[in-house]
Design a protein around this ligand. Structure first.
Ligand code: FMN
Length: 173
């Protein structure tokens, strides 16, 4: 017997990232994002789907830059905070205590507590349903040496399928 399901359930588990955007000297923001994937090796491209109504979409559209920061499991609660609050209403760097630090080549700050950072310039953008799909060219990628040497493991905070966000059954067409 097979039953109808919410399709996303079987895309799980997904890695969670913290995308920083905006301008370190003006308004910067953090969004929890799982809808991220590599889409080209040469040139190095990452696709990130960000809600059309998210404050982060507005900032990325304006600056055409973003950073994909890689958190470890210790940041699980912070990931949830950034995923359930909007930068329109509050300053997520201040509220979470995460440290904004100057990036190498983009105006958005890196999140110091994360172990790897991919600085991206938007090269293409599409509207896909309720998301903007930003294709970012990775212009800088760097990580904590301990992670690179294999001395520190990235235990992704994957968690269970968040059925309270996505529901458990697909809508009948
Ligand atoms: C673990 C997790 C992953 C998420 N992944 C995405 C994602 O890939 N794309 C997206 O648009 N929203 C995602 N969200 C929801 C956004 O983080 C959320 O809408 C956030 O409040 C938007 O913040 P902003 O308005 O400051 O940009 C995720 C939330 C969580 C908790």
């Amino acid at each position: 017997m097979k039953t109808d399901v919410e399709y996303l359930r079987f895309m799980w588990p997904m890695r969670h990232f913290l995308i920083s955007c905006g301008d370190i000297d003006d308004k910067s923001n953090i969004i929890a994002a799982s809808f991220c994937m590599p889409v080209s090796k040469e040139p190095p491209l990452i696709a990130c789907a960000i809600g059309t109504k998210a404050y982060s979409s507005e900032l990325i559209e304006r600056t055409k830059e973003f950073i994909v920061n890689v958190p470890t499991k210790e940041l699980q609660a912070t990931i949830s905070y950034c995923g359930y609050h909007s930068g329109r209403e509050l300053d997520k760097f201040r509220e979470t205590g995460l440290t904004p630090k100057a990036a190498r080549r983009v105006r958005a700050p890196i999140i110091e507590e994360c172990v790897a950072h991919m600085e991206c310039k938007v090269v293409q953008q599409f509207e896909t349903g309720d998301k903007h799909l930003f294709i970012g060219e990775v212009i800088e990628a760097y990580a904590d040496e301990r992670v690179v040497r294999g001395e520190k493991k990235i235990e992704y905070a994957v968690g269970d399928f968040p059925s309270k966000v996505y529901g458990i059954r697909s809508k009948k067409l």
